[in-house]
Structures are given as structure tokens and as C-alpha cells.
Design a protein around this ligand. Structure first.
Ligand SMILES: [Zn+2]
Length: 193
């Protein structure tokens, strides 16, 4: 495994946090229809989520990422892929953003960062001689909008299993990439949508 430089996460302009005018959230019962409002932390007009206890405080993803970095731990798995251009095309088709890591020393096909809406979800590492059929790697993505993700990927004719409520309390499906990685995507059955 090659060493890859740790990515610096954008910290935003937290040193210039300023109070923002009270802005009404455009609320809708359907996930996926979100209207940008001014973030209570950075003040930028972004898609935000309000605090459960105070719906006048709405935070954008970038500020939330910064806040999460202050406590606990976050994780980004690395998935092996047999053919990097094939994998990049696949994940872009699935709605992700893919950014190649360029390394002059790299001779085995590359490394890439996969994000969704700017948030890191997993990385890809080229392993040209891997056995696709024997690959058991994968990861689990939790998103409140699992139904919307499933619809989007099914519409793109990607290999997804049916979206189903599972005995372990998740409503989920599995996306299998051309290298045999299983990306499971779901949300809690009881979580409100
Ligand atoms: Zn913000």
C-alpha cells in the first residue's frame, strides 16, 4: 500500500463567524428538496439542517464537518479497484464526485478520493492484479435519503439490490461496483424522513 498524503479538510472561515439574520428554513417533508438558507455559523447561503432543539439555528455541511472534527473520530475506507478509469466512470455515474490523487511515484494505476456533495465517503486504490470475483471489500454509507439514492442509482441502470427493511433495523440496498466492492447504503428503519 502506498502512502497517501492526508487530506486537509476545509475549515471554512470559522475565525470570522458572525451572527446572521434569522432566516426561515424552507421546510419540506421530502428529503432531497432542500432550499439553501444562510448558515447560522459561517453565514454563507448553503443547504443546512436545523438543530433539533432550536430550529432558528441551522448549520451547513462544512460547518458541521468542522464541528465533528472537534470531537470523536471520522473514517474513510479505501476500496481496491482493478481498473481506475472504469471505477471513476462508475462512481461518477452513481452521483459521486471523484478526484484523482496524482503522484509522480505512482506506477500502479492511481488513487482517488470519492465524495458526495463535498463530503468524503471513501477512497479508491488501484490494484490491477486483484481478483474481482474474490473481492469482499466494501463499506456502509448511512444517509437519511436512502430511498432517493436507490431511485437515482436504479435510474442510472447501476447494479443495485432492492431497497428493503432488514431485520437488523436498517432500510438498505447494495451497490456493487465493477471490481466487486459492495457499497451498502441505508438508513435506520425507524428514522423519520
Ligand atoms: Zn456554515
Amino acid at each position: 500500500m502506498r502512502r497517501v498524503r492526508l487530506r486537509g479538510r476545509s475549515r471554512g472561515d470559522h475565525h470570522t463567524v458572525r451572527p446572521t439574520p434569522w432566516v426561515l428554513l424552507s421546510r419540506t417533508p421530502r428529503e432531497g428538496v432542500r432550499t439553501p438558507v444562510n448558515c447560522s455559523c459561517c453565514g454563507n447561503e448553503r443547504v443546512t439542517a436545523a438543530l433539533r432543539s432550536r430550529d432558528d439555528v441551522a448549520i451547513c455541511r462544512e460547518c458541521l464537518e468542522w464541528l465533528l472534527g472537534q470531537i470523536g473520530v471520522s473514517s474513510t475506507p479505501t476500496l481496491p479497484v482493478a481498473d481506475m478509469p472504469e471505477a471513476v466512470a462508475f462512481y461518477e455515474r452513481a452521483g459521486f464526485g471523484v478526484r484523482m490523487y496524482t503522484d509522480d511515484q505512482d506506477e500502479d494505476g492511481g488513487f482517488a478520493f470519492v465524495d458526495y456533495d463535498g463530503q468524503s465517503v471513501f477512497d479508491l486504490d488501484a490494484v490491477p492484479d486483484m481478483d474481482r470475483g474474490a473481492n469482499r471489500a466494501g463499506c456502509y454509507l448511512i444517509t437519511k435519503d436512502a430511498d432517493g439514492w436507490h431511485a437515482r442509482m436504479a435510474a442510472a441502470a447501476l447494479p443495485v439490490t432492492p431497497l428493503e427493511d432488514q431485520p437488523w433495523g436498517m432500510r438498505e440496498f447494495t451497490l456493487t461496483d465493477p471490481s466487486g466492492n459492495h457499497v451498502r447504503i441505508g438508513r435506520g428503519v425507524d428514522s423519520s424522513v
